[in-house]
Write a protein that binds this ligand. Structure first.
Ligand code: ZN
Length: 202
């Protein structure tokens, strides 16, 4: 199973990191070892002094597919959740400056946190409000209608390059408001105003 991540899929977030708004999706990956096991706290790795949260809608692929057309992409998933794409921003900036790959900053153990799976049919995936609270204060809030590339468009684009398999995950990008986490922080992930997952930082 693989984890495909999309960068800069919300214009306001691209601007906050002084990145250009992309004309095609920015794609990177995490290995399956990046998934934080259920019930575990998130430990800030010692190689980062600026470990940031990125709240994202995550789609789970339920059919094998390659070269999927956008109009058929909705047939390839029926569940989603909210997740965190933890990022060692200081390390990422150094790698970006040198034109090197981001994996050390993005794909380390525990860097992918997942909430509980929800049925797509019970929600409006293209108009979904979601937010992240840190110690009770909302730090990120987004709506999926502000995605530069919709979920179906992302599946079409990603599957040009990579065969999608059952169980593969797509992190669909983060809205504005990324920021550093500190030991003892409590992160709460809210979907349409209700908390669906909490995570303690150590
Ligand atoms: Zn991200």
């Amino acid at each position: 199973m693989k984890i495909i991540c999309i960068g800069r899929n919300y214009a306001d977030h691209a601007r906050e990191l002084k990145n250009q708004v992309p004309s095609e999706p920015v794609i990177f990956m995490k290995p399956d070892s990046a998934i934080l096991p259920k019930g575990n706290a998130f430990f800030i790795p010692d190689f980062s002094q600026n470990l940031q949260h990125e709240l994202e809608i995550v789609i789970r692929i339920n059919r094998l597919g390659k070269h999927i057309e956008e109009k058929f992409a909705h047939r390839y998933y029926d569940e989603f959740t909210l997740g965190l794409d933890f990022t060692a921003r200081d390390l990422q900036s150094k790698l970006k400056e040198k034109g090197l790959p981001w994996e050390k900053a993005k794909a380390f153990d525990g860097s992918a946190f997942l909430g509980p799976w929800k049925k797509v049919k019970d929600f409006k995936l293209n108009n979904l409000e979601f937010s992240l609270s840190r110690n009770g204060e909302i730090v990120q809030a987004g709506n999926s209608q502000d995605m530069l590339f919709s979920v179906d468009k992302l599946i079409a684009e990603v599957s040009k390059y990579f065969t999608l398999k059952i169980g593969d995950l797509i992190f669909t990008g983060t809205p504005v408001g990324v920021g550093a986490v500190q030991p003892n922080d409590l992160l709460s992930l809210q979907l349409e105003g209700s908390t669906i997952a909490e995570l303690r930082v150590k």
